[in-house]
Design a protein around this ligand. Structure first.
Ligand code: F6R
Length: 614
């Protein structure tokens, strides 16, 4: 969590930092701050609680247009140690050191007593303690930035990406990281450090991922990379940004979430097309998988992820276990790490992550590798930690997802896991060519269905108005519809703050039905024909308790019209592919409910886009 940016170059640093922080704000947004060197090499720290927009006027006041600045660093915070206050906002200053931090330092309390910091600290953060320790080391090491940073990394335990300035080294910004992400780039307008690419897109098309074993220095003339142990200069490996600047803007939509919902048809197409041949078969040649032995010599598949990414994996597992005919287990990453999951060299572990930085997913990947599993990741952000650590990476091509609530990343993850599992079933001789061809055709056919759905949103707005007045809501479904409901409920609760539960419809009467009161909204998902009769009886049961029933049903499934208060029909579609239209409808419901409640749709409270703390 937290977004960090550093800049040194010819542009006005305050604008670069504030614009960069705005792009990174989806990583954390409870407070923010910057520190900059002015043209006289004097440092200014300006910080505040709230979002970047509230920092801008303070910066402009301190920095009139007549005072220029060409280097500095900024931070947007998701509180971990210490509440939301301007004292706890970064940057922190200790002696000659200015420091910003994304991550968590575990041995902060030992450091605090060891360096006798009790009476010095202004904040409750672990970061300020690190700043004091570094200042001590900087003095001890005769004001040598590299030696003092190296020694610091030997003393601290935890995860971090730090940007550091020293009062007596104006123009230079140093960086070092462990686990928490950091990229750097240089262009004609200067050199940059940032938590992720979104802050760099306006300035450059190439970037480097900061390696854990390096210290980076940026200054007006460029970037220098040093080996963390020897402090000798090293080469940086460059990568190319494939996203363009428009993809990180709202493009005429009021919110990123709505824009990203609309991007789904294109994102799915971009993700599946490179892996489907002209005759409708699947291959992963461009992903570096030419020999299919990784899929043959296994007897178990484990999918590990968090939140929405886990729901995407669960859809794939539910659909394909019966086709691949080996166990496909799904695990919450934060639990997987601490379980004996019986992994061996015949286990294929698939990690799914939009950001590629979710720390629990990353640690699960490392655990699976240590236990000799074969690993594949499904990731959206190029060059991210999970992508780099796994044996093989399959990128989703969704483009940047900025809204905190995941929408397009979910549907492309489902599309890609569908292709992967269909391919595994094929290479293991469980399905034949004609199955694969029909499957890929069905997958393509969902694209125009989504395009049509996105043209007709009025009915969903009406549904949302009703739900927005409730304190609680339920999603119910059976079989795959239950898995879709899990994602629908997550979306609704995270952006609307309405307490929403997803239940397997058959399980409802084992306790939860007690919560249904007059008018409680129950969103009933009915797209799986084989269980639709049984499911519709469960809908009758909630209706009999006076629930307000919103039925999402595939055209052609027979039902008693009086059981629903509102019915949203989706066009006829093969049951295995209804996940896509259901996802779009449930995302729109969540969006419009949050809209009706006038909430901050793209940045729901307490959340952050990239969860880099455990
Ligand atoms: C919900 C949401 C989260 C993420 C989860 C995993 O809308 O976005 O549940 O899906 O935090 O994030 P990634 O996919 O980046 O690992």
């Amino acid at each position: 969590m937290c977004g960090i940016i550093g800049y040194s170059g010819i542009l006005d640093a305050k604008d670069v930092l504030l614009d960069g922080l705005t792009s990174l704000e989806y990583r954390g947004y409870d407070s923010c701050g910057i520190c900059i060197f002015d043209e006289n090499n004097k440092f200014h720290i300006i910080k505040n609680i709230g979002k970047v927009e509230s920092l801008r006027p303070l910066v402009n006041k301190e920095f009139p247009p007549t005072l220029s600045s060409h280097s500095g660093m900024g931070h947007t915070r998701w509180a971990t140690h210490g509440g939301v206050s301007s004292e706890n906002a970064h940057p922190h200053k200790a002696g000659k050191v200015f420091l910003i931090h994304n991550g968590i330092i575990e041995n902060y309390s030992e450091l605090k007593s060891q360096y006798k910091l009790d009476n010095k600290l202004q904040s409750e953060t672990d970061t300020e303690i690190v700043a004091y320790v570094l200042d001590y080391l900087y003095n001890k090491q005769n004001f040598d930035p590299l030696k003092s940073i190296r020694e610091l990394t030997q003393l601290i335990v935890g995860t971090y990406s730090f940007l550091i300035c020293f009062e007596d080294k104006p123009g230079s910004i140093y960086a070092v990281r462990k686990v928490s992400p950091l990229v750097c780039a240089t262009s004609l307008s200067g050199s940059f450090l940032a938590s992720d690419l979104t802050a760099l897109i306006p300035y450059t098309k190439t970037f480097s991922v900061v390696d854990e074993n390096t210290i980076i220095e940026i200054n007006p003339t460029g970037i220098i990379s040093y080996d963390l142990n020897t402090l000798q200069k090293t080469e940086l490996k460059q990568e190319t940004i494939t996203w363009d600047i428009d993809s990180a803007k709202k493009g005429g939509f009021e919110h990123f979430m709505m824009k990203e919902i609309h991007e789904q048809p294109t994102a799915i197409d971009n993700t599946i097309r490179p892996r489907i041949t002209n005759d409708g078969l699947i291959n992963f040649f461009d992903d570096g998988i030419e020999d299919n032995s990784i899929f043959k010599n296994i007897n178990k598949i484990q999918i590990v992820a968090c939140g929405t990414a886990l729901h995407a994996g669960t859809v794939g597992a539910r659909l394909f276990q019966s086709k691949i005919l080996i166990p496909i287990e799904t695990y919450i990453a934060s639990e997987y790490r601490y379980q004996n999951t019986l992994v061996d060299d015949k286990t294929l572990v698939i990690i799914i992550s939009q950001s590629g930085e979710t720390v629990d997913s990353l640690s699960s990947l490392k655990k699976a590798k240590a236990e000799n599993a074969k690993t594949i990741s499904i990731v959206n952000v190029k060059g991210s930690s999970i992508a780099r650590e796994s044996d093989c990476v399959l990128y989703t091509h969704a483009g940047p997802e900025i809204a905190v609530a995941s929408t397009k990343a979910y549907t492309v993850q489902v599309a890609l896991i569908y292709l992967l599992f269909c391919h595994i079933a094929f290479v293991r001789d469980r399905v034949d060519e004609s199955f694969v061809k029909k499957f890929t055709k069905n997958l393509y056919d969902t694209i125009p269905i989504l395009q049509n759905l996105l043209q007709n949103k009025n009915q969903i707005k009406q549904v949302a108005k009703y739900i927005s007045k409730s304190n609680d809501a339920f999603y119910i479904g059976r079989s795959l519809d239950y898995v879709f409901s899990l994602e629908g409920a997550l979306k609704l609760k995270e952006v609307s703050y309405i307490h929403t539960e997803a239940y397997a419809a058959g399980e409802l009467k084992h306790g939860t039905i007690a919560l249904i009161e007059d008018g409680t909204p129950v969103i009933c998902v009915c797209t799986q024909k084989d269980v639709s009769k049984k499911f519709l009886s469960n809908v009758e049961e909630v209706k009999a308790r006076n629930a307000f029933v919103i039925l999402i049903i595939t055209e052609g499934i027979e039902y008693n019209k009086s059981i629903s208060d509102i019915c949203i029909t989706i066009p006829k579609i093969n049951d295995d592919f209804s996940v896509f239209p259901v996802a779009v409808i449930t995302q729109l419901i969540a969006y419009y409910v949050a809209y009706a409640k006038k909430l901050d749709i793209d940045k729901p409270r307490n959340l952050a886009k990239s969860v880099t703390v455990e």
